[in-house]
Design a protein around this ligand. Structure first.
Ligand code: BGC
Length: 460
């Protein structure tokens, strides 16, 4: 009988993961596109600074609310139906935002785009982790992060293409294309076998597993899934003491992924480049595209390494790179003042920083959040953690420019740097290696009270 660790990768699983990953493209596209579009929207609706900030924050607010309810949604209606809902919402809200005739209408539409991002950012990695064979789960779930980075790069491209004509409607409206692909693709997806087991439909789950694994020999995996469901899924599960280590690990990653400052780079890269001496928006945009490309390339490099080297070595290497590059950037802002060296130092450190993020906290936060919770609270637990990550995303994004005023550039980057150092310590002491371990083994270790670092060891 086949052990689920031997399950092979096949075209069907990869295709299903790629379709669910289109949700990630929308996530990246819709969070990235506004930075260019806002320049023209501001002119059209004559926005004050506060109105502009509110409009920028609408997506993050929507994502916070969307991911907050997504856990319950995904447990009650299932992963597939949640993805269908998300695709429809993306379609409608994107169209409404492209045709908006007032600031209020646009703000509301962006809130619902954000809501769809929130649900997608949670359901897509969850779904992928539930259909993947353990050996390839790291790479498959991280296709979602790759899609996010591709979406961000796409948004930079679309923004600069329509910038000459100042056409913000097309910038936002372009999102309709990936939304359509997602909608059609998701209709063809199989349901998550784990969710089907949760509904008590064992025979259906067996059929799905057989087609996902392309073999009839799925009994061990099916039994493992069944064994991991001891109680009905509910919020209350999160208050059980043996679940707390999972919450702590996921919470720490959600926190550190954002407070180490990635979105100051993603959303404000042109501003940072201008501060460091790239004159003219053209040069700043070129440098920004460089950051976008590095983000995609290093995420691709990370994909196979996640399941080969494991999560911990990548986290440690990546966050160390982030720490060194932020220290370098901060020192340069402090000492180099207006020297010409500063702009090259800024470019090198931002590319190194994003490379470090792309091989570590970028993919691995989503991955571990999708892996670490026991099945009976997986929906609620991971949904909650994803919304916490959106919350910190909002906090960092909204405070960045104020921090620059208060603490200066060197001081602000130093703050993110200190966060990186704390993140390294957090990884060293608390993050388990989950490479190649089945989700059920992680769960049985949690139940056995194994200490956090060891949750990925062979089951107790
Ligand atoms: C983060 C986003 C970030 C993106 C950059 C994601 O994992 O959650 O906040 O913008 O990576 O690649």
């Amino acid at each position: 009988m086949q052990n689920q660790n031997d399950a092979r990768l096949n075209f069907f699983v990869v295709l299903a993961a790629m379709i669910a990953g289109v949700a990630g493209i929308l996530f990246g596209f819709d969070t990235g596109v506004i930075s260019g579009a806002i320049l023209f929207i501001k002119g059209q609706f004559v926005l004050s600074d506060t109105q502009e900030e509110i409009l920028m924050a609408m997506v993050l607010l929507g994502a916070l609310v969307g991911s907050g309810v997504s856990g319950r949604f995904a447990d009650v209606f299932g992963r597939k139906v949640s993805l269908i809902f998300t695709a429809l919402l993306f379609l409608i809200a994107t169209l409404v935002s492209a045709f908006s005739i007032s600031m209020i209408m646009l703000g509301a539409a962006r809130f619902f785009v954000g809501f769809a991002i929130g649900v997608a950012s949670f359901v897509a990695p969850l779904y992928i982790s539930e259909i993947s064979p353990p050996k390839f789960r790291g790479a498959l779930v991280s296709l979602n992060q790759l899609a996010i980075t591709v979406g961000i790069l796409l948004s930079y491209g679309v923004d600069s293409y329509f910038a000459n004509a100042g056409n913000w409607r097309w910038m936002l409206g372009f999102g309709v294309f990936p939304a359509l692909v997602l909608f059609i693709g998701v209709l063809l997806l199989p349901r998550s076998p784990r969710w089907i087991v949760l509904q008590g439909r064992i025979n259906t789950a067996r059929e799905i597993l057989r087609s996902l694994r392309q073999t009839d020999d799925v009994e061990v995996e099916l039994e493992d899934i069944q064994a991991s469901i001891t109680e009905k899924s509910s919020w209350r599960g999160l208050f059980k003491k043996w679940v707390w280590p999972a919450i702590f690990i996921a919470l720490g990653l959600a926190f550190f992924q954002q407070v180490t400052g990635v979105n100051t780079v993603i959303y404000y890269a042109p501003t940072i480049f201008e501060m460091s001496g790239f004159h003219g928006s053209q040069a700043a945009i070129m440098a920004t595209v460089g950051v976008g490309v590095a983000n995609v390339v290093f995420t691709i490099i990370a994909l196979p390494l996640l399941d080969l080297w494991g999560r911990r070595p990548l986290l440690l290497t990546g966050v160390l790179l982030m720490t060194v590059s932020l220290a370098f950037l901060s020192l340069n802002f402090y000492f180099a003042g207006a020297s010409v060296l500063l702009k090259w130092a800024a470019l090198i450190s931002m590319i190194t920083y994003i490379a470090g993020f792309a091989i570590s906290l970028g993919p691995i936060m989503w991955l571990i959040i999708a892996e670490i919770f026991p099945l009976e609270v997986r929906g609620y637990g991971s949904g909650l953690m994803v919304s916490i990550s959106w919350f910190f995303n909002g906090v960092v994004t909204v405070t960045f420019l104020t921090f620059i005023d208060l603490f200066g550039k060197a001081g602000t980057f130093l703050i993110y740097d200190v966060m990186c150092v704390l993140a390294i310590l957090f990884v060293i002491f608390f993050i388990p290696e989950t490479k190649g371990v089945s989700l059920e083994a992680i769960e049985s270790n949690l139940r056995a009270g194994v200490k956090m670092r060891d949750l990925g060891l062979p089951r107790k």
